[in-house]
Design a protein around this ligand. Structure first.
Ligand code: SAM
Length: 236
């Protein structure tokens, strides 16, 4: 569920058109991690963020995992054999290696700054599976290891012109079938014709439910990073 298969060919075009500020995000991570630490990106996508990290320092010890094999294929083309990339689902992953830092940049999900609060969204709709996924992330970290989760803006409806005459539109509706979930539709159109489309379901957590989820998975909140791009948790 929630694989990005149908929009994989347009993903980079959208993301590099300002959806995420990869350079800024990579700079924020670079001021937290060192080349001695083993780092994994959860939901690595096409490897855009790890590429920016390697531009900062090619000696970073990086890995990435994602359940959309088509995204991993693009990440492999982008990053070659500079790092390990695994096709795994966070909900069932059993990576035997231990890491010092895990990063989610919209991977398992992200925090959303509503202006009043920070909500958490994830790509997993079921509560038990969300907890299992968080535990799986904790399990691939050393004791005291860090889990960085990015902070982004609210999901809203908009159209955006991309290069090559492509128009991107996103539409958000409350899910009628899944409690506490939204459905986000991505549309890519060219010359008035839809060339790719995908609808994904995101689960939202608010208030105490967020800390309960992290706490039960074995994480404690350390706070925001200096740049304000991430919440940082550590493995208890
Ligand atoms: C918004 S993209 C972010 C990709 C990347 N972190 C970036 O910054 O470009 C979310 C990624 O999370 C992956 N993802 C979603 N649910 C997942 C799951 N259950 N297990 C592994 N990866 C998942 C998707 O396949 C997608 O590549």
């Amino acid at each position: 569920m929630n694989e990005y298969t149908a929009i994989v060919d347009y993903y980079d075009l959208l993301m590099t058109s300002g959806y995420y500020q990869y350079e800024k995000i990579a700079q924020a991570i670079a001021s937290i991690i060192s080349t001695e630490q083993k780092v994994i990106e959860i939901g690595v996508g096409t490897g855009l963020l790890l590429e920016k990290l390697l531009d900062i320092d090619p000696n970073y010890n990086l890995a990435g995992m994602d359940h959309t094999s088509e995204m991993i294929d693009i990440a492999k083309k982008r990053l070659g054999d500079r790092l390990n990339l695994f096709v795994e689902d966070i909900a069932s992953m059993s990576i035997s290696e231990e890491f010092d830092v895990a990063i989610s940049n919209g991977g398992i999900g992200a925090f959303v700054d509503t202006g009043n609060n920070y909500d958490l969204y994830t790509h997993l709709t079921d509560d038990a599976i969300n907890l299992q996924a968080m535990k799986n992330i904790a399990n691939c970290l050393n004791k005291g290891g860090l889990f960085l989760i990015n902070i982004q803006g609210v999901h809203d409806n908009y159209d955006k012109h991309l290069p090559d005459g492509i128009v991107y539109s996103q539409e958000i509706v409350e899910s009628k079938t899944n409690k506490n979930c939204i459905e986000k539709s991505f549309y890519f159109r060219q010359n008035g014709k839809t060339v790719a489309q995908q609808t994904l379901t995101y689960r939202f957590f608010q208030g105490e439910a967020i800390q309960e989820l992290f706490n039960q998975a074995g994480f404690q909140l350390k706070g925001k990073d200096a740049s304000g791009n991430f919440f940082i948790y550590s493995k208890k």
